[in-house]
Design a protein around this ligand. Structure first.
Ligand code: ATP
Length: 370
């Protein structure tokens, strides 16, 4: 594209973006300073940075993308989103929650995978992996072709929860080798933990993930899958953002305990996904009451209905609550997910119903747009 032509495209894009107004303040996204560093490259790619403000709806960036894509002469649109850091002015610097590029996941990275669900939590230890494992096992039991990617680099314990101690095999011709996922309880299993040294400090792992994830994923022979469940690292830092930017995630299941809700970590997690245009399917409340193994009596150790309140506060679907039951922990330790080992238990029934709701949400979605 010639410089004069690029200039014309630039002007047309600028005009198209200027027509996008903030729904409450009415200011347009260009003169309000949200769109920055607008450029048109020789190949017709339009690039700009979108400086999101705290009260911006998640749809504003999408509107800007659609408007730019429709402009005559534009081949591709790349947007870097800067998120407002909580309570602090924005600074330039390394990848962090306040300054992240927009997710531009590669659609061809997992070509045989129809849907990707991420299971996430605001903080560690709330039962995120337990939900991911049982969600995957339930979907597989219901006849779907399911993969499970353990991307929890800080505590990759999904293989153990599936009773797997093997390392994946390498298959394929020389120069085109791929790692074959392990097959356990009808689920194809792969863990980023296979790449990490046990003694590697956790602080090294977040930055590492951005570098290795793409290569790692393209070197796994997933085959055809209806659903890939991704067990995310806990929290909302760089590692989570790298994942969202690399993998095309169709929906996120947020796991919380009634207690965790009150800390606001979950809310921060939900906001991070919304700001990166990653749909959140709903909230699961785990450890929602202890069921005594002796008498079956239920005790609300961590309080009640926090997840439900959070769901209504955020307008998200409440996907269900899972009680605190010893058999869930035992199933995890023994490598037999409770939905398989004790399918009639209250927790297994709850987890299966959650899987059904997630499955229904996925079926209702339009074909994945990337
Ligand atoms: N509903 C439950 N009833 C009983 N034990 C549970 C339940 N949910 C999770 N656990 C147990 O709590 C512990 C933490 O669960 P899990 O590893 O799934 O949490 P996580 O959020 O993935 O943690 P991390 O952030 O460390 O990866 C495990 O021992 C698990 O078996």
């Amino acid at each position: 594209m010639q410089p004069t032509e690029r200039d014309q495209v630039l002007r047309r894009v600028m005009a198209a973006l200027s027509a996008i107004l903030h729904p409450t303040s009415g200011e347009d996204v260009v003169s309000s300073g949200r769109v920055r560093e607008l450029d048109v490259l020789e190949d017709g790619t339009v690039r700009f940075r979108f400086a999101l403000q705290a009260d911006d709806p998640g749809t504003l960036v999408r509107q800007a993308r659609t408007a730019a894509e429709k402009v005559e002469g534009v081949q591709k649109v790349k947007i870097d989103i800067s998120l407002p850091a909580a309570g602090a002015p924005q600074k330039k610097g390394p990848l962090r929650a306040g300054n992240v590029p927009a997710p531009t996941p590669n659609a061809n990275l997992l070509p045989g995978v129809s849907r990707i669900i991420a299971v996430s939590s605001g903080k560690g230890g709330v039962g995120k992996s337990t939900v991911a494992v049982n969600l995957a096992a339930s979907l597989a039991k219901a006849g779907q072709r399911v993969g499970l990617l353990d991307a929890d680099i800080y505590g990759p314990n999904v293989p153990i929860m599936f009773g797997e101690t093997r390392k994946p095999r390498v298959v394929g011709d020389k120069g085109r080798e791929k790692m074959e996922p392990l097959d356990a309880h009808g689920v194809r299993l792969m863990s980023l933990g296979f790449l990490l040294e046990d003694e590697q400090p956790a602080i090294m792992r977040g930055p590492m993930i951005a570098g290795i994830l793409k290569q790692f994923l393209s070197e796994v022979a997933w085959g055809e899958l209806d659903v890939l469940v991704v067990d995310m690292p806990p929290g909302t830092g760089d590692a989570q953002l790298s994942l969202v930017q690399t993998i095309r995630i169709d929906g996120v299941v947020m796991v919380t305990t009634p207690q965790d809700v009150s800390t606001g970590d979950v809310l921060r997690g939900i906001k991070m996904f919304e700001r990166t245009n990653t749909p959140v399917l709903g909230v699961v409340e785990n450890m929602a009451g202890f069921i005594c193994p002796c008498c079956g009596q239920r005790y609300e150790i961590f309080g009640r209905a926090g997840g439900q309140r959070l769901a209504s506060q955020t307008g998200l679907e409440f996907l269900g609550e899972v009680p605190l039951e010893m058999i869930v922990r035992e199933g995890g330790d023994e490598g037999i997910p409770v939905v398989i080992g004790q399918p009639e238990s209250p927790s297994a029934v709850a987890l299966r119903e959650i899987a059904e709701r997630v499955s229904a949400r996925l079926s209702a979605m339009a074909p994945a747009a990337v």
